[in-house]
Design a protein around this ligand. Structure first.
Ligand code: NDP
Ligand code: 8X3
Length: 259
């Protein structure tokens, strides 16, 4: 075990992509984990793997972050030891659709707002009071370059990530006095995730958006999250805006082949 005491990290959206890669990073470093997501079988696989390989404790919680009542019930069912969460990684999120505003689907908009904004708020509201009481903790929100610049057809997804950026700032203003750090990571395009597949409703062909350049990988983002989470007590990295080397902005990507 490399961790001085059994720190607990709760990761939302641990079944795939950035959340899954980050769970592996913390697991190999000896942290105890609370892993959440809707797909129970994947959570079970991760729990078996990490407890066997790294001898850490893993709690899995399967629920939909859009469901406020269920989220409350599940988080409040944790026993007092598991409630002492040191790091909350608000990662669960998604893009749905890629339509201009006049053609967008209301159901897509509701899914994104309910998951990316309201889900993040539900989790924070449930977990931050314990951190305030203990006068310690670190909340890390997964934002996006989409929370820094809006791109065509990104409308509502970008709006949810601008909301995440505003909430990160608001949380920090409210929680700093209690010794709680609040940070966010803002990645550009990230492969080894289900992000594109979800955005394009499972259309494998449309989801092939990374083939002609090197985007970030989920492990690149996980490594950065780990770095942000393991700074000395007096250091808080507030935001990390990161992109693959072939990406200059949301719309400027060198698509001349993988380099
Ligand atoms: P993935 O689709 O691979 O992972 C998304 C995770 O969120 C899954 O574990 C999924 O779990 C969980 N999730 C989605 N909806 C819900 C829900 N309603 N309730 C509970 N869990 C949910 O995508 P990424 O890893 O790419 O996405 C993670 C975060 O990173 C998101 O916030 C995304 O916006 C952000 N991001 C992604 C980028 C990219 O290019 N990939 C770039 C910048 C930011 P399950 O389905 O099991 O519920
Ligand atoms: C994911 C990155 O550019 O698809 O947040 O919005 S992007």
């Amino acid at each position: 075990m490399k961790v001085p005491y059994s720190k607990i990290v709760l990761i939302t959206g641990a079944t795939s992509g950035i959340g899954k890669a980050t769970s592996a990073r913390f697991a190999e470093q000896g942290y105890n984990l609370i892993l959440t997501g809707r797909r129970l079988s994947i959570l079970e696989e991760l729990k078996n793997k990490y407890t066997r390989k790294f001898k850490i404790k893993v709690k899995i919680l399967s629920f939909d972050v859009r469901d406020a009542a269920m989220t409350k019930k599940v988080i409040n069912s944790l026993d007092s030891n598991w409630r002492k969460i040191d790091i909350l990684l608000n990662n669960a999120g998604l893009a749905k659709g890629f339509d201009p505003i006049h053609k967008g689907k209301l159901t897509d908009w509701e899914t994104m707002i309910d998951t990316n904004v309201k889900g993040l708020l539900y989790m924070t509201r449930l977990i931050s009071p314990g951190m305030v009481k203990r006068r310690s903790g670190h909340i890390i929100n997964i934002c996006s370059t989409a929370g820094h610049e809006v791109y065509p057809n990104g409308n509502v997804y970008c709006a949810t990530k601008y909301a995440v950026a505003a909430l990160t700032k608001g949380m920090r203003l409210d929680l700093t006095q209690y010794g709680i750090k609040v940070s966010q990571i803002s990645p550009g395009a990230v492969e080894e995730t289900e992000f594109a597949l979800n955005r394009f409703d499972g259309d494998v062909e449309k989801a092939k958006i990374y083939e002609d350049y090197n985007p970030l990988t989920s492990s690149d983002v996980a490594r950065t999250i780990y770095f942000v989470a393991t700074q000395p007590k007096h250091v808080n990295i507030q935001d990390v805006l990161m992109m693959g080397s072939q990406q200059a902005s949301s719309t400027q990507i060198d698509r001349s082949g993988r380099k």
